[in-house]
Design a protein around this ligand. Sequence first.
Ligand SMILES: Nc1ncnc2c1ncn2[C@@H]1O[C@H](COP(=O)(O)OP(=O)(O)OP(=O)(O)O)[C@@H](O)[C@H]1O
Ligand SMILES: [Mg+2]
Length: 248
Amino acid sequence: MPKIIGIVSGKGGTGKTVSSINIALALHQFGEEVVVVDADTTASSLGLHLGFYTFPNKLQDVLNDEIDINRAIYMHHTGLKLVPSSIDLDSLSADVSNLRLSLNKLEGTVIVDAPPGLDKDSRAVLDACDEIIVITNPEIPTVANAVKVARMAADMKKNILGVVITRMKNAPWELRPEEVEMMCEVPVIGIVPEDWNVNKSIFDKVPVVAQSPYSQAAIEYKKLAARLIGKTYEPPKYMGLKKLLRMI
Ligand SMILES: Nc1ncnc2c1ncn2[C@@H]1O[C@H](COP(=O)(O)OP(=O)(O)OP(=O)(O)O)[C@@H](O)[C@H]1O
Ligand SMILES: [Mg+2]
């Protein structure tokens, strides 16, 4: 049976898709068998982050029982395997309540990019996962919604691996990781800073872990992925100097 990890958030735009892609690619680079699935069927964007705009097979076809999920797996040139969702309006007709049955046919680790919020579809996607990572930004309204989704996951008896704070700027108005932990009652397992390399990587359609492997965001995603498989990732020593000398 695959290990199914849902990447969820209470509020939209927190960094779920960026996190799903980069956690999945970092796991792949550590030698894990992994596939990332775009389960945000109404506002899908995972394919767009990776340059997949049109593709014959998509998650909607799988959910409509037209094809087996293994026929909807594509490979990015970095080696990352993905199951994209349609970006067409017809995608609204997909029913995610039977998602788990399809995910069970995959192998290794399945990273599920979930839709935001607490509505019926988000709940159904969360229910299709065994383990949950909650993505939040360090602002109060976002954390307040992360609290709700963490509670929902706990009520559903899911194994909550932790909270990941993304787009951290260390600004005075941001909540500190300890405060996020206290509010969510879940440990913070990753802190990804605001990093323009992420924006550039989306523009270039290459995950930041591959495009700028020693950027702050990439390093944090690699540390997080290592942690998920019980390893530790140590960035190279004297990285600043090596970058300056163009050695890495
Ligand atoms: N570490 C980061 N540094 C800078 N910008 C970031 C970072 N992470 C995410 N972003 C920006 O935030 C935007 C939203 O990220 P993303 O699409 O991953 O969020 P999401 O939670 O999947 O959104 P949605 O709920 O709409 O699916 C990205 O387009 C990117 O511009
Ligand atoms: Mg998204």
